[in-house]
Design a protein around this ligand. Structure first.
Ligand code: GLN
Length: 487
């Protein structure tokens, strides 16, 4: 492997500017790495060589002319395969979209191309982003670069694995209930979910629209901050996107955090925590104390309801969002229907995988007349209580910390036949989506088998700069982030 692939985006940008390597060479190096590795890893559904190399050429032209480069120009990136990139397949890892070629770009894609970021391929995911292990892809499983027998986490498993294995330096994922933070934690990298509305969802295949948010993966906090800056901003094509100026998030990274109040979420520190994760949390608390932060204990009394709330709201929203896949307008159509109704039902029955069908049925049930008040409406009310818990918590603390997940990556197949056990993996991450607040996972050590552990940090809405600051200080107090998967 070209050694430069192991470096951060900041270092790669510098190498490009210094003409140590050209952008085309760097992009080709990423493709060589993918060619040698991805058969084992399964991180990519498809590669977009032509698009990536065209972008890289433009970077080299700019360098040759002595022009200034936009942020992250020339740095190889993997795009989760539920975001549209014109002229490439966007499958959401579903059979129903297996041959769908995007006729347009997502807003994030336009922004990446505008900054001349080479998009090397479309990263594997759980079908329609539903899952926590990436085992729900209709095409192939993703393997964890730290141990190929283990899952990379989901649903953005391909994005996380590609960055952890240095196939790409950066990636985008989507996070509806933890799908960026969980795989970041399992793969030992940084993953960040911004405030709801910070990044446009236009061109992201919708799962649960009130929870979905696109965000960055990287191997350093600084890289994640820069990638968020590139993709953020108001978009008239997404009415939920916030019309607020985008900050230069990396500017705050080195701010002193002396006196910062770090709240430890009580409810996430006890139940079901593995011993190694527990120890990592104790170390993290000590690190923050050494950095001059003040540790406070925080209770989120309604957190215990968050999984129940999520699996009503997210499934309700997905049952409506996925109604558009009917064999008429998009993707797969059954070849042997006798009439219109059969065409709908057979196309959907043959096109969707088992987890997606389970969610559609759960969501349709929760929304149906007679049950709406008992389930959907009640869940909406409970969502408000979870949000209120955070409002109270942030009166006492500037940021909150917890493990990203109570355990490290598990073996492939270990939870595949038990949906409830799989759903419980998201206990620490889901509430941030319900409340719309930003959160991230940062490497926080390793368990006894050498598998990465993630520290989750949460901040109030739109306090991304504070979040990056607290995460960067923690990252640089340790050297976990420098350790790469030996693959
Ligand atoms: N694991 C959760 C689910 O299966 C979250 C997925 C996500 O964030 N996209 O729904």
């Amino acid at each position: 492997m070209n050694e430069l692939l192991k470096k951060s985006a900041t270092e790669q940008s510098q190498a490009l500017k210094n003409k140590e390597i050209s952008a085309v060479e760097l992009t080709n190096a990423a493709f060589e790495r993918i060619d040698e590795l991805d058969e084992k890893l399964g991180a990519f559904n498809s590669l977009t060589k032509e698009i990536a190399l065209n972008t890289a050429k433009k970077v080299d032209e700019k360098i040759a002319k002595g022009e200034e480069l936009p942020l992250l120009a020339g740095v190889p990136l993997a795009l989760k395969d539920n975001m549209n990139l014109k002229g490439s397949k966007t499958t959401a890892s579903s059979k129903i979209l297996e041959n769908f070629v995007s006729p347009f770009n997502a807003t994030v894609t336009d922004k990446l191309l505008g900054n001349l970021v080479p998009i090397v391929g479309k990263a594997n995911l759980d079908e329609f982003a539903m899952g926590s292990s990436n085992e729900n892809s209709a095409f192939k499983k993703v393997h964890n670069p730290w141990d190929l027998k283990k899952v990379p986490g989901g649903s953005s498993g391909g994005s996380a694995a590609s960055v952890a294995a240095c196939e790409a330096t950066l990636a985008l994922g989507s996070d509806t209930g933890g799908s960026i933070r969980l795989p970041a934690s399992f793969c030992g990298i940084v993953g960040m979910k911004p405030t709801y509305g910070r990044v446009s969802r236009y061109g992201l295949i919708a799962f649960a629209s009130s929870l979905d948010q696109i965000g960055p993966f990287a191997r350093t906090v600084e890289d994640a901050a820069n990638l968020l800056e590139v993709i953020s901003g108001h978009d008239p094509k997404d009415s939920t996107s916030l019309d607020l100026p985008v900050e230069h998030y990396a500017a705050s990274l080195n701010n002193d955090i002396k006196g910062m109040k770090v709240g430890v979420i009580k409810e996430l520190m006890t139940e079901g925590l593995s011993e190694d994760v527990q120890k990592a949390m104790e170390r993290a608390i000590e690190d923050y104390k050494k950095l001059g932060a003040e540790i406070v204990e925080i209770s989120l009394p309604n957190l215990k309801h968050s999984i129940g709330i999520y699996y009503i709201l997210a499934t309700a929203e997905c049952s409506s969002n996925l109604a558009r896949f009917d064999g008429v307008r998009y993707g797969y159509r059954t070849p042997d229907a006798q009439n219109l109704m059969e065409m709908y039902t057979k196309s959907r029955a043959e096109g969707f995988g088992p987890e997606v069908k389970r969610r559609i049925m759960l969501g349709t049930y929760a929304l149906s007349s007679g049950y709406y008040d008992a389930y959907y409406k009640k869940a909406q009310q409970m969502r408000a209580l979870v949000t209120q818990d955070f409002v109270e918590a942030f009166k006492k603390a500037d940021i909150l910390i917890s493990p990203t997940c109570p355990n490290t990556a598990f073996e492939l197949g270990a939870k595949a036949s038990d949906p409830l056990a799989m759903y419980l993996t998201d206990i620490a991450t889901i509430s941030a989506n319900l409340a719309g607040i930003p959160g991230m996972s940062v490497p926080a050590g390793f368990d006894k088998d050498g598998m990465p552990i993630g520290l989750q940090i949460l901040a109030p809405q739109l306090q991304e700069s504070r979040l990056f600051n607290a995460a960067h200080k923690f990252e640089r107090a340790n050297d976990y982030y420098l350790k790469l998967a030996n693959i």
